[in-house]
Design a protein around this ligand. Structure first.
Ligand SMILES: NC(=O)c1ccc[n+]([C@@H]2O[C@H](COP(=O)([O-])OP(=O)(O)OC[C@H]3O[C@@H](n4cnc5c(N)ncnc54)[C@H](O)[C@@H]3O)[C@@H](O)[C@H]2O)c1
Length: 281
């Protein structure tokens, strides 16, 4: 596929760019910062003119079969709330709108685990969490991720041949991050904010590739997390200590992710392969 990738210089985007190209896709990388090299185009996604021009085709090359949109200020607290809202909302509206206007019918983009109610100061409705309950954003960053999902729902209603996939990524990790993981065990509450979840960036890339290949028309959100937690302590102990009153709706393995990835497995064929346990003695 010929793919436009936004956020290509970022933590997740760097790995996604490498994996998509390794697997034979023709990818043009877009970011506001990046290397001066073929295949990278600098862009400010908050400027609709630039976005419409870029998605129509770079230089004299043709346009795109699909858009993978990862660019964002990737958390709350990094910039002011207003800057986060304006940047992320405008960038996503512009990317979705230009894609739709130009007839690109496949969009895969980064939503976020935060819409599930992180940092879970209010406990989740049940464990494992899934995509079945309404979004519970607790920050401006997460409000934008929630609004983006609603925007996607409306756009697919208007365009019945359009496919938009919102991947609610967990906390993105690379192998060099794994050395810190054993230290999390000392305090059950230190990583309760996302139910002790994470996602290896390579498995994040796999989810994107699966969505590019098989996502149905319409809009669907999917939780994308590693198959296991960041903890060596067993789930039963963690839940009893931190969320004693939260219903556990099915049997969960000792270290099985509590960010439910059943839907992504079932619909997308997502199969996370990377665990921190393979990288730490
Ligand atoms: N990192 C995580 O733990 C995490 C978890 C869940 C979801 N996400 C989402 O995944 C995506 C990628 O996250 P990341 O960790 O790689 O973030 P990152 O900050 O490393 O990369 C984001 C990239 O987007 C670019 N960007 C931001 N605004 C732009 C604009 N207006 N125009 C052009 N480029 C712009 C930045 O320059 C940066 O290179 C984001 O949408 C983020 O919200 C990340």
């Amino acid at each position: 596929m010929r793919i436009a990738l936004t956020g290509s210089t970022g933590k997740l985007g760097t790995v996604v760019l490498r994996e998509l190209r390794d697997h034979g896709h023709d990818v043009v990388a877009f970011d506001v910062v990046g290397p001066r090299e073929p295949g990278f185009v600098q862009i400010d996604l908050t400027d609709y003119g630039q976005v419409a021009d870029a998605l129509a085709g770079v230089d004299r090359a043709a346009g795109f079969d699909a858009v993978v949109h990862l660019a964002a200020i990737p958390a709350s607290g990094l910039r002011t709330d207003v800057a986060t809202f304006h940047n992320n909302m405008a960038a996503t509206f512009n990317v979705f709108w230009a894609a739709v206007r130009l007839g690109i019918r496949r969009i895969v983009y980064a939503s976020s685990e935060t819409v599930l109610g992180l940092p879970f100061d209010v406990p989740p409705p049940y464990i494992p969490v899934d995509e079945e309950y309404a979004a519970r954003p607790e920050s401006v960053y997460s409000i934008v991720k929630t609004l983006e999902e609603q925007l996607a729902r409306e756009l697919v209603r208007w365009h019945p041949d359009l496919s938009i996939t919102g991947l609610r990524f967990s906390n993105v990790m690379n192998p060099e991050d794994y050395a810190a993981f054993p230290s999390y065990d000392a305090d059950a509450r230190a990583r309760k904010w996302n139910l002790w979840g994470y996602i290896d960036a390579r498995d994040g890339a796999q989810a994107i590739e699966r969505a590019l290949e098989v996502a149905p028309i319409g809009f669907e959100p999917y939780i994308i997390a590693a198959a296991d937690t960041v903890m060596s302590r067993p789930n039963a102990e963690l839940i009893a200590e931190v969320f004693p009153d939260t219903p556990v709706t099915r049997e969960v393995g000792e270290h099985e992710t509590l960010l439910g990835i059943d839907k992504a497995r079932r619909v997308l064929g997502f199969d996370p392969r990377h665990s921190w346990r393979d990288h730490v003695e």
